[in-house]
Design a protein around this ligand. Structure first.
Ligand SMILES: [Zn+2]
Length: 222
């Protein structure tokens, strides 16, 4: 008889396969990043469907076949405000299937605070980089060591931090973005909870995070 495995997991994404199946990408407490197939889960009568969906915090049970894991039970524990960005960052930055307590704790911390999905995403992304060995120095100017002024700062991917006008990095970064990143990396939830950030600040951080991620992927594949 096949072994049954049971673990808590966050559902990062799902996609439809075949007539009535769905393939879920999970980050699990005990096995790290895994894919599990929900057979017949899109049928109204499926018992699995109420316990699993995108950004559910679920308890799942599966059997390990030769090539795929197949869901046998699901229990919904909570529903988080997440977004595709969290799945994409996990795909890009976390390597194969492996239990990883730090990523699990970070995922729980990012999503479990009930903050907006923007805050949760950026909290996760920047701290994930940090625990994956891609930390950035957001203190003083990387080159001259002076305190960063309000304007004319640039972010340097290669340098791993920020330049003032004494040197030129890869992309402009505003003073507010630097402040928000510092709060995020300090894991200062008290401040994060009462921040109201303009949309433009999140768009700035979004494009910065995409560029950082692309740069990392390029470095990995070289
Ligand atoms: Zn400088």
């Amino acid at each position: 008889m096949a072994n049954h495995y049971r673990t808590k997991a966050v559902v990062l994404s799902k996609k439809n396969v075949k007539e009535a199946d769905q393939l879920f990408s999970l980050f699990s407490e005990d096995f790290g990043k895994i894919s599990v197939l929900g057979r017949g889960i899109r049928k109204i009568t499926s018992k699995l469907r109420s316990g699993i969906d995108t950004f559910y915090f679920s308890e799942v049970e599966f059997i390990q076949g030769k090539e795929i894991k197949t869901l046998t039970d699901t229990v919904a524990l909570d529903k988080f405000h997440g977004s595709d960005r969290i799945s994409e960052a996990t795909e890009a930055i976390v390597s194969g299937q492996e239990k990883d307590r730090r990523v699990w704790d970070l995922l729980m911390e990012s999503l479990g605070q009930g903050c907006s999905s923007e805050i949760a995403c950026h909290f996760y992304f920047w701290n994930l980089l940090s625990i994956s060995g891609y930390g950035f120095n957001l203190g003083d100017c990387l080159k001259c060591g002076r305190k960063l002024p309000e304007d004319n700062n640039t972010f340097s991917f290669g340098g791993g931090g920020i330049f003032c006008s004494c040197s030129e990095g890869d992309i402009k970064i505003s003073a507010n973005a630097i402040k928000l990143l510092r709060i995020i990396l300090r894991k200062d939830w008290k401040t994060l909870a009462r921040l109201s950030c303009p949309k433009t600040l999140f768009s700035e951080l979004d494009s910065l995070s995409w560029k950082v991620q692309e740069t990392l992927i390029r470095q990995h594949s070289m």
